[in-house]
Design a protein around this ligand. Structure first.
Ligand code: GLC
Ligand code: CA
Length: 510
């Protein structure tokens, strides 16, 4: 287990929208290098970079055409190596996005596979034996290749699924077992890509749709087995490299598959979604001032998984990511401050999505860009200052518009505002680094009694109290501690915690 993860705080960068260094309207790697000090200044010591590989961008780069080459619009491989070096000089780590489940339908492997000629790549993807065979239980593209067969897709139609075989074989004519040499070669091909970038200085990978490899893999055991093999390679060859899965199933991802971290996704109704997004636009979310307020629904799901996985890896919370509406679409500013207090004091490895530190807004009415669809509104350019395109780009045609609101938050107008989300986020990250008890593997104990408000949890010598609701709340405790940090108005006196609406207290020695 790479030690650095225990005190890691990640910043997710969607490269096309972060900073355009050459005025062509699109963010780039040199732009990220220029802003590394900014990221470090937030307290983030690691970055997850969304895909930067060559791609036709039908899905924002999750449709890879060449895993070994940086997309020209972002720069060159040398620029990326320079980003690794500059980051390391500042004691920061960079995780690339690994997309193992599918490629672009313009990837040379696929162009070869879809031709009639039989080659070593004919089984790299999943083709039926004839175009007349298209079982409805699989998502197939039909009748569009020279080759006589239909192929399976993994996500959008432009993303054919790579072939790792089938766990339960229902159509033996075309479904290969996972130990077929051609399926094993797919695994080796992915390992080679990983080695290539790790050798160049990458610190690991965020793994896209990590659970999607083997098909008909109901309990995901065959998929997990592949990742355990990858983890063995990392342990042997790159023991400092880290992998975080997009899986949202800590037992499977961490315990079975060997990921160092697994992050929560907002699957409707799951524990994580209950925190911010539950109900009609979050009206039942824990942190909605008119919502449920108590942590029970979340804790019942999270705690058992946490207890089972805490010695093996980290469950990650994200403020948002590039796939979900920004939390500003659901919650008010004070609630968002409390959400951040929660995320940055919980165990695991937290992830901050670019722009969330300034409360960037979800842009609801944008026309879809590069396969974003409803996600496009969470992917707009970073807002740096009140300059042209809010400091994102000198171009007259940025690839996506910046927030046009007259009161659009920017780094410049939030940084020195004591009432800003920025202040709370940076304060909390600093506290997380300062106190070992707040690190990834520090202890956790929930202090909640059914549906009580405030709710609280203890992490070693620190106790966090939350009143997310729009009314006063009190709680009797056995202690009188020292206030380490507070949001809103709240006190502790003679064992009594009194909290005004939407407040947070961090208490030492309680
Ligand atoms: C993941 C990515 C998402 C992408 C999809 C297909 O969910 O986060 O952005 O569209 O996988 O690769
Ligand atoms: Ca650029």
């Amino acid at each position: 287990m790479p030690k650095w993860l225990n005190d890691a705080v990640f910043y997710e960068i969607y490269p096309q929208s972060f900073y355009d260094s050459n005025g062509d309207g699109i963010g780039d790697i040199n732009g990220i290098i220029e802003k590394l000090d900014y990221v470090k200044g937030l307290g983030c010591n690691a970055i997850w970079l969304n895909p930067v590989y060559d791609s036709p961008f039908m899905d924002a780069g999750y449709d890879v055409r060449d895993y070994y080459r940086v997309a020209p619009r972002y720069g060159t491989n040398d620029d990326l190596v320079r980003l690794f070096e500059e980051a390391h000089r500042k004691d920061m780590k960079i995780l690339l996005d690994l997309v193992p489940g599918h490629t672009s339908d313009t990837h040379p492997w696929f162009l070869t596979a879809k031709s009639a000629k039989v080659t070593e790549f004919s089984n790299r993807y999943i083709f039926t034996k004839s175009v007349w065979d298209a079982p409805p239980e699989y998502r197939m593209m039909c009748g569009i290749c020279e080759r006589d067969g239909n192929y399976m897709v993994n996500y959008f139609s432009s993303q054919p699924a790579l072939n790792y075989g089938f766990s339960r074989i229902t159509h033996p004519e075309w479904q290969l077992p996972t130990d077929h040499p051609d399926c094993l070669n797919t695994v080796e091909a992915i390992k080679d890509i990983m080695r290539f970038w790790l050798n160049k200085g990458a610190d690991g990978f965020r793994v896209d749709m990590a659970d999607s490899l083997v098909k008909n893999d109901d309990d995901k055991r065959a998929t997990a087995k592949i990742w355990r093999g990858v983890r063995e390679m990392l342990d042997a060859e790159y023991p400092e490299a880290a992998m975080v899965s997009e899986w949202c199933h800590p037992d499977r991802a961490i315990t079975d598959a060997g990921f160092h971290m697994d992050f929560y996704l907002d699957h409707y109704g799951n524990g994580y979604s209950r925190l911010f997004r539950f109900g009609e636009w979050g009206d039942l979310a824990v942190f909605n001032p008119n919502g449920l307020g108590d942590l029970k629904g979340f804790a019942e799901e999270y705690l058992p998984a946490y207890n089972r996985t805490k010695d093996k890896g980290y469950i990650s919370f994200m403020t948002n990511n590039h796939d979900m509406p920004r939390v500003t679409a659901y919650l008010d500013k004070q609630a968002i401050k409390l959400v951040n207090a929660f995320i940055f004091t919980m165990p695991g490895v937290p992830f901050l999505y670019y722009g969330d530190e300034i409360g960037m807004r979800y842009q609801a009415d944008l026309v879809s860009k590069e396969g974003g669809f409803s996600r496009t509104g969470s992917r707009t350019p970073m807002q740096w200052n009140d300059g042209k395109n809010l400091g994102f780009s000198e171009s007259n045609e940025p690839y996506l518009p910046v927030d046009t609101a007259s009161d659009a938050p920017t780094v410049a107008n939030q940084r020195d505002d004591p009432d800003s989300i920025y202040r709370v986020v940076t304060d909390l990250i600093a506290l997380r680094h300062k106190y070992d008890d707040l690190h990834g593997n520090g202890e956790l104990e929930f202090l909640y009694d059914n549906h009580s408000i405030p709710f609280a949890f203890r992490r070693g010598g620190l106790t966090m109290f939350f009143n997310p609701l729009g009314r006063d709340a009190t709680l009797s405790t056995e202690c009188d501690g020292d206030v380490v940090y507070k949001i809103g108005e709240a006190t502790i006196e003679n064992g009594k915690v009194s909290m005004k609406p939407q407040s947070f207290l961090m208490i030492a020695n309680c």
